[in-house]
Design a binder for this molecule. Structure first.
Ligand code: MSP
Length: 479
């Protein structure tokens, strides 16, 4: 057990993304964050103690619609698009432990068993339902949620749907959930989101529909106790967090990882994670996830990212232009994690040049250059130093603040060089002392950078752990 981090294992998840979209920087943002945390915890508690799950959500009406529009069968369409997510994550150096697809055979079988258990324990009820359904959201909307009769997120009129569906009986769990959320037994962060959740529960939450008639929607998991119905996306989707680690067949593996230490997401799916999912878990007699972190939904240059506006940014474009590590840095350093914010694309170049080319790149180049020139032997301590403040920021998901700690060290070191002017120092011993201090700082910085910029950090560590430190090619050529 790492005492500072207070955990022996770490299981973290991203949402599973709908395959009807191509991966964009919204998905990339959450996934990079998860990767940074996974790398951080692997260093602290051991590689095999961390399980990082991501994947794709592949059932439901909107997938069928998109597949049709692309002249493909739903399966073929899902195969192609989930591959695009995998490729994008590869390009961003995302090192997940498992990539789940809701069309995986194992997942579908597990979902059937989950439904059967919910049914056997009396948590499901068949009801006639009439409501306004938005395919874009894959959920029923209330009149109140509409703007000019349309869904505000998808700018389309919801369909009026009337059919008999299975419902999950949410009501019996609400007071228990309220207590558990209040007591942080399931810790919802930031605090504003916890309050929002409690507010929603107070307003009253109704049972939710978990199935659709098969004749209307066949692209789903058939319910074992009612062959005319297929599972409606959310139970299928949310269950991925437990089916991926073996539930219900491999309980040994499951118990090794569950409960999740962290579910990451943006606020668009808060409701599903803050009470639908915990209620389903209670109904299955399973412990609740320890923490959910809800980050902000960002806009691009002041506007919602959308296909129709043509402002969707492909993460592959970023990695092509800036390189993997710079793309990761640019996305994560944009704004404070958790708050809503605007991504200003035209500032990426500026940020790259200032922070990476001039800041980090320049420091590494100057220090290694001066050491090589003066032919100094390496006397560095290449053990990792612990930075308590940084560790705290990381485990509290304050990534932008953790990055600020690192960049403060970079700025201080660059300033020190400007003040001490090592190139003008004649005394060999004094020069050696100054340069080895600087080199030690660079090495410390590289260790802190590891979760964020794994390749760059490795390069620097290798360079500064060699017997003779040599200058290298520029890490971040100016743009
Ligand atoms: N399939 C569901 C989730 C099921 S999880 C059991 C879904 N998929 S999604 O493709 O729409 O992904 C939503 C998630 O993508 C958000 O919660 C967030 O993690 C990420 N983001 C998508 N767009 C985003 C922004 N513009 N800003 C920040 N995050 C964004 O919902």
């Amino acid at each position: 057990m790492n005492k500072n981090l207070n955990t022996t294992k770490y299981y973290l998840t991203t949402p599973i993304y709908y395959v009807n979209d191509k991966p964009h920087i919204g998905h990339a943002y959450t996934t990079i964050v998860a990767d940074v945390l996974a790398r951080f915890y692997r260093e602290k508690i051991g590689d095999d103690k961390v399980f990082f799950l991501t994947g794709t959500d592949e059932h439901g009406t909107k997938i069928v619609e998109s597949a049709k529009a692309n002249n493909l069968s739903p399966q073929k369409f899902c195969d192609q698009n989930s591959e695009e997510f995998k490729q994008a994550w590869k390009n961003l150096n995302i090192n997940y432990n498992y990539f789940i697809r809701t069309t995986d055979k194992d997942h579908k079988n597990a979902v059937k068993k989950i439904f059967q258990k919910l049914y056997d324990n009396g948590h499901l009820e068949k009801k006639e339902y009439e409501g306004l359904y938005c395919v874009g959201c894959e959920k029923f909307l209330t009149e109140k949620e509409l703007v000019d009769g349309k869904c505000q997120f998808h700018d389309r009129e919801p369909e009026n749907i009337k059919e008999e569906n299975w419902f999950f009986k949410l009501e019996p769990f609400l007071s228990q959930l309220e207590k558990m959320i209040k007591a942080d037994e399931i810790c919802i962060l930031p605090k504003s989101r916890k309050n929002e959740t409690l507010g929603l529960i107070k307003q009253g939450v109704s049972d939710f529909s978990v199935s659709r008639q098969k004749e209307k929607l066949s692209w789903g998991v058939e319910l074992p106790f009612d062959k005319d119905q297929v599972s409606y996306v959310w139970i299928d989707a949310l269950s991925n967090y437990i089916t991926a680690i073996g539930y219900p067949d491999d309980l040994e593996k499951f118990n090794q990882w569950w409960p999740a230490d962290l579910h990451l997401m943006a606020q668009d799916i808060l409701k599903f994670h803050a009470f639908y999912w915990p209620a389903v878990l209670l109904a299955l007699d399973l412990p609740l996830p320890k923490k959910e972190f809800i980050h902000g939904f960002f806009t691009i240059d002041g506007q919602k990212m959308s296909k129709s506006l043509g402002n969707v940014i492909d993460p592959n474009e970023l990695t092509k232009k800036y390189g993997v590590d710079a793309a990761r840095y640019l996305l994560l350093s944009q704004f404070s994690f958790g708050s809503e914010s605007d991504v200003q694309v035209e500032r990426f170049d500026e940020r790259y040049n200032a922070d990476l080319a001039n800041g980090l790149g320049n420091l590494v180049a100057r220090v290694s250059n001066m050491i090589e020139k003066n032919d100094l032997a390496n006397v560095l301590d290449s053990d990792r130093t612990e930075d308590k403040e940084y560790n705290q920021k990381m485990s509290a998901c304050k990534f932008d603040e953790a990055l600020k700690i690192i960049w403060q060290k970079i700025a201080n070191a660059n300033l020190k060089i400007a003040q001490q002017k090592p190139w003008a120092i004649k005394d060999k011993e004094e020069l050696r002392k100054i340069l080895s201090d600087l080199a030690q700082t660079v090495l410390d910085i590289a260790f802190l950078l590891k979760p964020f910029m794994p390749e760059t950090a490795e390069k620097i560590i290798k360079q500064f752990s060699a017997e003779k430190i040599k200058k290298s090619e520029s890490l971040f050529p100016r743009i």
